[in-house]
Write a new protein. Structure first.
Length: 279
């Protein structure tokens, strides 16, 4: 099961009104980028991890994607260590500073501030890849679309958004089908081939997938035209959604939590490095 596949369940998050989950997703995502204290971002990441467990979601699918993110963030951390901030006020690791005569870069080295900022960015992204999939995996496509429409979003845009989310697991399934078809033709490079051989063999996966996507998009367009999609400003639904007292309580709790974390961010030290070196 992929990271953005809907996972049926009976948890509290599964039963929640989709409008509440969309509000919490947008508001808390903004808070993640507002706060600058690494302590507060860690707290948010821990809270999202607890919610993920309470929603009874698979950690295996999350970790598979998180490993890719961490590998990218490791490169970003290295770049931040080398080039972050003002060299005149930076605290260098082990006193390593490489002077240059260039006006563009008066000197660079391994900066503690860069390491701290890189870790902050990493925890932010880990928090987001907990929050967004948690909403998507506990909300069906129909509920997500209905929630967006009930929030005032035009149903055409809501449909495009939910279709974009739904097409990711469709692509994943199609890749597996194409790989199985290539194996039947004797192509086993994706199992026992070297990395360079796998890289060179990717066109055998990408080309059929792109052709299939174009064919599917054409079929979807014909189906939408047949059903007169977009001819009316409003549309009807078989089921409707209603806010329950527990939904209002969770929305209030999300707003209160985000506000508290912003206030906590103003009270906590913004930089551990400055706190250590200036104490």
């Amino acid at each position: 099961m992929g990271l953005v596949d809907y996972q049926p369940g009976t948890s509290y998050l599964h039963m929640m009104d989709p409008r509440v989950k969309i509000f919490a997703l947008l508001f808390l995502s903004v808070v993640v980028f507002i706060v600058q204290s690494i302590f507060v971002v860690v707290v948010m990441c821990v809270l999202f991890s607890i919610l993920w467990s309470l929603a009874q979601l698979s950690w295996k699918s999350w970790w598979g994607f998180a490993k890719v993110v961490l590998s990218i963030m490791l490169l970003i951390i290295v770049l931040q260590i080398l080039f972050y901030g003002d060299n005149s006020t930076a605290h260098f690791m082990f006193g390593l500073q490489i002077p240059t005569t260039s006006g563009f870069m008066p000197g660079y080295g391994l900066k503690w501030e860069g390491l701290e900022f890189g870790i902050l960015l990493t925890i932010r992204f880990l928090s987001l890849i907990l929050l967004l999939p948690m909403v998507v995996k506990t909300t069906s496509i129909n509920q997500m679309s209905m929630g967006m429409v009930r929030l005032g979003l035009p149903y055409k845009i809501a449909y495009m958004t939910t279709t974009s989310l739904n097409i990711i697991p469709t692509f994943q399934e199609e890749i597996h089908v194409i790989m199985d078809a290539q194996k039947l033709r004797g192509m086993t490079v994706f199992e026992d081939g070297k990395k360079i051989e796998k890289f060179l063999a990717y066109p055998a996966l990408v080309v059929p997938m792109v052709i299939g996507a174009m064919r599917r998009a054409q079929q979807m367009g014909v189906a939408m035209d047949t059903r007169a999609f977009g001819c009316y400003k409003q549309r009807t639904y078989i089921e409707d959604i209603k806010m329950k007292p527990s939904d209002w309580a969770f929305m209030a709790a999300s707003a209160a939590l985000g506000t508290f974390l912003i206030l906590l961010n103003s009270w906590m030290p913004q930089s551990i490095v400055n706190m250590i070196f200036h104490s």
